[in-house]
Design a protein around this ligand. Structure first.
Ligand code: ZN
Length: 310
């Protein structure tokens, strides 16, 4: 079967998702486990168990890991996993005896969407943003993933879009992630409540916690204040998209992640703001800004396809 199937494994901070994937990107079998996040040896062992579960001995293995990954497959920095400084590709290859590639989780998800998902019809270029607790990024130019000189490229969540703006988890002020993530939806709603901008009848006053999910659910039920929060966050997303399009001129912009539960409630204001900030906007069109299609499979599919091509 060599050359026609591979395993894709997505190492997140809380779960390990794995799949056996064919060359068309079809997931033939799936397995998952909790991530033993605090122990590198246990993570390697859990990946080996998943390979066993899927009957994948001998198959090439692609891994996406939540962290900064160097071109040698060594994890340089992983804030939520005990993998900082771990030569993960070499350890897995030694353990499994098969061909292993390791890349950043957002990169492999972007590759999955580029090859088989929302950007499959794009010829050669795509920008992807994954809007969850934070904001991940992936970039394809000239038909190739762009990893940068040290594997650290495409951290679009940490583009500064509002200098002096709210504090980001990375320590800087005004990053896109601080203004347009799931976390930012909750924070923007809390700020609106604190500033007295939310009318007395709004359900935002009654929610036990203001989170991306709870505010989105309120907006879907028609709550005007919640809709305004999503519009504000969506506009910041659009400012980030405009900067990316101005810099990179991609064929398509793909938006994924848990916050995309809000769908057009975020994307419509994002497109409007992106068009306002687009260079030469009277003489060109904004590329399509579309939702991701593969959901949780994107990382598994992209990692497997990278392993097949390695
Ligand atoms: Zn940041």
């Amino acid at each position: 079967v060599t050359g026609t199937e591979a395993l894709g494994i997505d190492i997140g901070g809380t779960k390990l998702a794995a799949g056996r994937v064919d060359a068309d990107g079809t997931v033939l079998a799936r397995a998952r486990r909790d991530t033993p996040a605090s122990d590198a040896g246990a993570i390697v062992a859990a990946v080996a168990d998943l390979v066993d579960d899927l009957g994948g001995a001998e198959l090439p293995v692609g891994v996406g890991a939540a962290g900064l990954v160097g071109p040698d497959g060594e994890v340089r920095y992983a804030p939520n996993l005990a993998l900082t400084g771990v030569p993960l590709r070499r350890q897995l290859a030694d353990r499994l005896g098969s061909r292993v590639v390791v890349d950043n989780d957002a990169n492999v998800a972007a590759w999955g969407e580029f090859r088989c998902g929302a950007a499959r019809d794009a010829g050669a270029s795509m920008v992807m943003l994954t809007i969850g607790t934070g904001v991940g990024g992936g970039l394809v130019l000239d038909g190739r993933l762009v990893r940068g000189a040290g594997g650290l490229a495409a951290e679009f969540g940490h583009m500064v879009v509002s200098a002096g703006g709210p504090r980001c988890g990375c320590g800087n002020l005004g990053c896109l992630e601080a203004l347009a993530s799931g976390t930012a939806i909750g924070r923007t709603a809390a700020a609106a409540v604190a500033a007295g901008r939310v009318p007395a009848g709004s359900s935002l006053h009654d929610l036990p916690a203001l989170t991306g999910k709870s505010v989105t659910t309120a907006a879907e039920a028609g709550d005007e204040a919640a809709l305004a929060v999503l519009a504000e966050v969506g506009r910041w997303l659009g400012v980030g998209i405009a900067s990316l399009v101005n810099a990179l001129d991609p064929e398509v912009v793909v938006i994924g992640g848990g916050a995309m539960q809000a769908g057009e409630l975020l994307l419509a204001p994002a497109r409007a703001a992106a068009e306002e900030h687009l260079l030469g906007r009277l003489h060109r069109a904004l590329p399509p800004v579309v939702p991701a299609e593969l959901g949780d499979d994107a990382g598994v599919v992209g990692a497997a396809l990278l392993a097949l091509a390695a």
